[in-house]
Design a protein around this ligand. Structure first.
Ligand code: SF4
Length: 250
């Protein structure tokens, strides 16, 4: 089994409260295949960016916070960027984290192109997948991310076939992802194809917090004129998914 003792990372949060169960050590890994127009981690895209950090250093830090992570199924989350681009590292990390009695969580865009033993080895030690679905319409998905949504939807089906719990995450970007037809397509997909593996569908409002990073790269932030959706709009979308499709939204 291919393993890795170092990772290329952007940053680490030692007390994440929104990236999986309980309190978590969250590692933001470098590299992403998507180019989401609203990306709030623009600085993670390049594999050449960030810095190297050893697995041993991370494990030492995790051990020093064990008492915080142990309650409420806390543990370690890999995020990014796209963590599956450094799969051998994720496997090595998750195996060690499991040995400490903590949970492992993968926060991913689901752009998995190869179904091989390495992927299965990673899933074997993954307790929860937080899967971003960016758009249900393939053309709109390409416009928003630069890539097809086919890999992500296929990965959702694969996780379901393996019985791995998922939290589906959907970002509402006014004028881009908030069309009723798209929300209903999401509802049908989850209800008809992957329902029993989905613990929650998280409806998240678009925010502009990462805009300054695009400016630092000297790049145009194309959603300049888009404002975050209102609380009522988010509630309306959650209601469609929960009342019409019977999905557990939040
Ligand atoms: S998948 Fe995530 S990290 Fe990658 S471009 Fe999209 S928002 Fe940014």
């Amino acid at each position: 089994m291919k393993q890795a003792r170092t990772a290329r990372i952007q940053s680490i949060e030692t007390c994440g409260a929104v990236d999986g169960f309980g309190l978590r050590y969250v590692i933001f890994l470098q590299g992403c295949q998507f180019k989401c127009r609203y990306c709030h981690n623009r600085d993670t895209w390049s594999m050449a960016g960030g810095r190297e950090k050893s697995l041993d250093d991370m494990l030492t830090e995790i051990r020093s916070y064990l008492n915080f992570y142990r309650p409420n199924r806390g543990g370690v989350t890999v995020s990014g960027g796209e963590p599956t681009l450094q799969m051998p590292f994720v496997i090595s990390l998750f195996q060690k984290v499991r040995e400490m009695g903590l949970t492992t969580c993968l926060d991913t865009n689901g752009c998995i192109v190869r179904y091989d033993q390495e992927l299965e080895d990673m899933l074997e030690v993954t307790d929860l997948v937080m899967l971003d679905i960016k758009h249900m319409d393939n053309e709109q998905h390409r416009r928003l991310t630069g890539m097809t949504n086919a890999y992500t939807l296929q990965f959702a089906r694969h996780l379901h076939s393996r019985g791995i719990p998922m939290w589906i995450r959907y970002v509402v970007v006014p004028g881009w992802t908030d069309q009723d037809s798209n929300i209903r397509a999401l509802g049908s997909f989850v209800r008809d194809e992957i329902r029993s593996s989905v613990e929650y569908v998280d409806i998240l409002p678009y925010h502009e917090l990462g805009k300054y990073k695009w400016e630092q790269f000297g790049e145009k932030y194309e959603l300049e004129d888009v404002s975050p959706p209102s609380g009522e709009e988010i509630a309306r979308i959650r209601k469609i998914l929960s009342e019409e499709y019977g999905l557990p939204t939040r």
